[in-house]
Ligand binder design. Structure first.
Ligand code: G4P
Length: 312
């Protein structure tokens, strides 16, 4: 699935981030707890490699708690990395966040060595909601302050704790196809960038495999097992009265119902990926990319070879 989702202003955001990273002690990346790996920005990973990192698995209220626990372990096993799960209902998120950052940079702190923390994440991951809650809705003004770029905010969470907020940022190319579908299902990718029906079919396939009981209960289906993804979508459409004339199912309407339900966790708390699955998807995507590159190089070699004058 080709997704076009890298608008021009993202380049500016990337530049601003590159400049900021130089004097940062800890990088917080906000991830969607339902799709942590898919919602991680590989560009940010490259730019911040080697820095102490705090992963916030946000919207945990929508995700499968058992799977969130797997992801927390997976991130905590990385060197210099901490991970916490959060949601907008958290009463005092700043305590958790500050404690995790101080642990990651124990040598910083005090007025002469304030802890400088960068927070980033893809659009819609819940960053503004969290920052509003951290600041009690008193958003720090920025843009005109010296040393602060336009669109960036500096928030003082404690006298010696500065949080730099950058605009939500995407990356140019989604390498792992399953990651693309998951981002689309979560609503992180704009409507025009994707084929909604294709996204929903992928989503249903995954839900049928891992959360068949929840699907059956939500849509009062007799069975989920043995149904192809498209048959499942039609069955849901029929149950929900999404019909066209002549007894045909309105597939687009049915797809919208499923997407809306998933995003609001009306199907239940579900996660769209687990660490062991992600490993397989990532490996497959890398192999596929290598195969495409080899093919391209072979074609190129053939083309330039033919263009050469024949040898004596
Ligand atoms: P962003 O700055 O990263 O782009 O995201 P933002 O905070 O604007 O949040 C995007 C959407 O996600 C908002 O919903 C917000 O309410 C919701 N959200 C944020 N954190 C959480 C969370 O922990 N759990 C859940 N369930 N939702 C969360 P919206 O529909 O776009 O707006 P609204 O309903 O708040 O008006």
């Amino acid at each position: 699935m080709a997704i076009q989702w890298f608008p021009g202003h993202m380049n500016k955001a990337r530049k601003a981030l590159e400049e900021r990273v130089a004097d940062i002690d800890v990088v917080i990346e906000m991830l969607d707890a339902r799709l942590p790996a898919s919602s991680a920005n590989p560009m940010i990973a490259r730019m911040t490699r080697g820095r102490p990192a705090l992963k916030i698995l946000n919207k945990q209220d929508l995700a499968d708690p058992a799977v969130t626990a797997l992801w927390l372990d997976w991130y905590r096993a990385r060197p210099g990395t901490q991970a916490i799960a959060l949601d907008a209902g958290e009463k005092a998120p700043s305590q958790k966040l500050i404690a995790a950052c101080r642990e990651l940079a124990p040598n910083r702190g005090g007025l002469d060595k304030p802890l400088r923390v960068l927070i980033c994440g893809i659009p819609n991951v819940g960053k503004s909601t969290l920052i509003n809650s951290l600041t009690g809705r008193r958003i720090a003004r920025t843009g005109n302050e010296p040393g602060i770029t336009k669109g960036e905010q500096r928030i003082l969470l404690a006298d010696d704790f500065e949080l730099f907020d950058t605009p939500g940022m995407l990356w140019p190319k989604i390498e792992v196809p399953e990651g693309g579908y998951n981002l689309a299902a979560s609503g992180a990718v704009g409507r025009n960038a994707l084929d909604e029906e294709e996204v929903v079919l992928e989503l249903l396939q995954y839900l049928a495999r891992h959360y068949a009981d929840l699907l059956r209960a939500r849509y009062r289906l007799d069975t989920v097992e043995g149904l192809q993804d498209f048959e499942l979508l039609e069955a849901i459409g029929r149950k929900r009265g999404a019909m066209l004339g002549g007894g045909r199912v309105n597939v687009q309407k049915a797809a919208e119902i499923v997407l809306t339900d998933f995003r609001a966790a009306a199907i239940g708390r579900v996660s769209l990926e687990r660490p062991d699955e992600w490993r397989v998807w990532e490996k497959r995507a890398k192999e596929e990319a290598a195969r495409r590159l080899a093919e391209r190089q072979a074609r190129e070699a053939e083309r330039t070879g033919k263009a050469k004058p024949p040898r004596e």
